[in-house]
Design a protein around this ligand. Structure first.
Ligand code: IDP
Ligand code: MG
Length: 141
């Protein structure tokens, strides 16, 4: 399996619960490296652009409010099979359906406040990485 890059975001609920370190530990222990990150407090309009694919969904406005409710930590993860591996470590969108031991099973509050974002395909990973980071921000190691 090829080395890939994917975008993760530690969402406001997880930042507020002080579990940034626990989440990054799970990535690193499973062979993913953080090659870019910073903390950021995005606006509802920025969240709306990031989640534009969901613009017609009934939860869109609440999602934008939630994602701009506090600081988030976007990061680029690099490693073998990074896109799907990150999705596996995250668990299902609804924490009630997330496998035990996944980030969302352990840290998500609800289907909305669910601790982390992860790109769902290699194509979307490239688009989402470019939303937050430029080429010069990425530091493979
Ligand atoms: P994902 O984050 O697991 O890829 P998506 O379906 O892409 O899930 O939804 C994006 C985000 O929108 C979710 O992570 C969650 O924060 C929110 N969301 C998804 N479905 C619902 C819902 O039914 N009610 C409220 N919020 C939702
Ligand atoms: Mg998604």
């Amino acid at each position: 399996m090829a080395v890939q890059r994917t975008l993760s975001i530690i969402k406001p609920d997880a930042v507020g619960k002080n579990v940034i370190g626990d989440i990054i530990r799970r990535f690193e222990e499973n062979g993913l490296s953080v090659i870019a990150t910073r903390m950021e407090h995005i606006s509802a309009a920025q969240a709306g652009r990031f989640y534009a694919v969901h613009a017609e969904r009934p939860f869109y406005k609440d999602l934008c409010t939630y994602m701009s409710s506090g600081p988030v930590m976007p990061m680029v993860l690099e490693g073998k099979n990074a896109v799907n591996l990150n999705r596996e470590l995250m668990g299902a969108t609804n924490p009630k359906e997330a496998e035990p031991g996944t980030i969302r099973a352990d840290h998500a509050e609800s289907i909305e406040s669910n601790a982390v974002h992860g790109s769902d395909s290699l194509e979307n990973a490239a688009i989402e990485i470019a939303f937050f980071f430029g080429d010069l921000d990425l530091h493979s190691h």
